[in-house]
Design a protein around this ligand. Structure first.
Ligand SMILES: [Zn+2]
Length: 238
């Protein structure tokens, strides 16, 4: 039999098509096709809020929670990009430009609140653009409903709501975004809970002994933000 190159090519093409079909569909799930830009607030020389009693930096808490949120979002099929993956210093412009360049569907900036008064605790989210409002509201509802009952003082946990704030990352970004302030690090009760990291190290993906399956305060925050993102997309699909 003479060699038949056309048939050989046909077999090769068929094999290739089968291989492509067998590849896992990137991002199957309710967030399939969504690109979420996560922005862990502060970093570098800027620790954000600082709890001296426990040597606890907001920048570290935000990064740990962002990694957990990233894992949850990826599990639901989202593509996730992060404005910082370690303790890098990033300007608000850097962060917004990064999310814009990634073509992100939404932006979630993860912070932790703090004031001079040690008493207040509660959930707050910010929006800037009109298009940010539904996301800020969805995140706030999820944060409050999840974090109030589990707060050190549940009846004192304040419903701040979604408020307007001229945050650089929200102002310079082009997609719907929200900056979340889930709880107050300045509350001694919250600070004690926030001491426990979700992961053994940023980006390790290994749960710390104190936080099995997101079962610690930071883990509750990550799960609440995740529920908020799911609720936002569920509502915006209608
Ligand atoms: Zn902050």
């Amino acid at each position: 039999m003479p060699h038949r190159p056309t048939r050989t090519i046909a077999y090769a093409v068929a094999t290739l098509l089968l291989l492509v079909a067998a590849l896992p569909v990137s991002g199957a799930g309710p967030l399939s096709g969504k690109i979420v830009c996560l922005d862990p607030g502060h970093g570098g020389m800027d620790p954000g809020a600082y709890n001296a009693a426990n040597d606890l930096r907001e920048s570290d808490i935000n990064l740990d929670e962002a990694y957990a949120l990233s894992a949850l979002l990826k599990g639901a099929g989202a593509t996730v990009v992060m404005t910082r993956t370690g303790n890098q210093a990033k300007t608000e412009s850097d962060r917004a430009a990064f999310c814009n360049q990634a073509g992100a569907t939404i932006l979630v900036s993860v912070h932790t609140n703090s004031v001079a008064d040690p008493n207040p605790d509660g959930a707050l989210t910010y929006y800037y653009k009109t298009g940010d409002v539904p996301l800020a509201q969805a995140l706030h509802e999820a944060l409050y409903s999840t974090l109030a009952p589990t707060a050190p003082a549940p009846t004192d946990f304040i419903y701040f709501g979604a408020r307007r704030f001229r945050a650089g990352v929200l102002r310079r970004s082009t997609m719907p975004g929200s900056l979340a302030e889930p709880v107050f690090l300045s509350s001694p009760g919250e600070a004690a809970l926030l001491l426990t990291p979700i992961y053994t190290a940023p980006g390790s993906g290994i749960f710390s002994p104190g936080c099995p399956a997101f079962n610690c305060r930071r883990g509750q925050i990550a799960q609440a933000l995740y529920r908020g993102v799911l609720a936002y997309f569920a509502a915006s699909a209608n």
